[in-house]
Write a protein that binds this ligand. Sequence first.
Ligand code: M6R
Length: 366
Amino acid sequence: EKDGYPHFMLKEIFEQPECINDCMRGRVNKETHEVQLSAISEHKERLLGARRFIIVACGTSWHAGLIGKQLIETFCRIPVEVEYASEFRYRNPVIDNGDVVIALSQSGETADTLAAIELAKEKGAFVYGICNVVGSSIPRNTDTGSYIHVGPEIGVASTKAFTGQVTVLTLFALALSKEKQLINDTTYRCIIDELEQIPEKIKEVLKQNQNIAELSRIFTYAHNFIYLGRGYSYPVALEGALKLKEISYIHAEGYPAAEMKHGPIALIDTEMPVVVIATQNAMYEKIISNIQEIKARKGHIIALINPNDTIISKLADECIEIPETLECLEPLITTIPLQLLAYHIAVCKGKDVDQPRNLAKSVTVE
Ligand code: M6R
């Protein structure tokens, strides 16, 4: 059932182009290039009238939520809060019937996320679920929702569910923005066209699997890692760090790159690998200076760059090239090499990639 792959995790990483197509099927019209999400059509008034969105989730799903926040705020101009479900449920949060809570969960069984939904419902909020497992507890307890349709995810480290969640959140933000008449036709079309290219672009990244496997060997004995990104890449940095921790047991932290100088830069020395998401977007110049700050302290830089990059390719110790895309869609591409990096480092260390110690696939107890 692993289709010839040594681990489920690698199989699931390689399934992502197909998963994203499955996720878009029936939602992105190939002829008209329009997005339609049945949950939005069916609950238009409630969603258009939302004063605020609150995304509740745990772990990797929480990282997808942070990307969702940027997408929804950018395109729909509605404030979005992203909460750890476990914190939200015990905080006596300010929430009422003007709020829409989005519960993000691969398994649909995470105890804290379920409890957060119950609380939100008691307070009169409308609850929208974004889950993978059809018929699981969260979809059964929400007012509406959208499945991500990425198929069973067996590896404990979530991979294809993350990109599936980000895809659905992108569709959600675009469809709602269109309903609110906040997006012009050219931008809308341009994003949808580019979204349809993403599976092919992921295939390009996957071709680098072997290179990334070789690169990973250098880091078998690393004790720490830092991951940096800005804007849409910041949650990707958090996700890259989580993947590495959970399967290779190497301590890793994700940071917004500019936060380095407020403390973590003290950790940088020749022993510190720093993964920087350094694609050519609006933040490019800023990320170059962040890289220079790390280089000046002799950190070992692994940079994700676009193929035509001539500046960072000279500054970084190692580079992984990834195809260009629109900034708002970059997480769907930049996540892939970080999944592969974590996977190969864990394999080099001889760890049980699919069933890491102390972890369960779904956390049904709090
Ligand atoms: O099933 P869920 O999406 O609700 O699970 C949430 C987390 O437990 C999960 O994402 C966890 O962090 C993964 N092991 C990360 O790879």
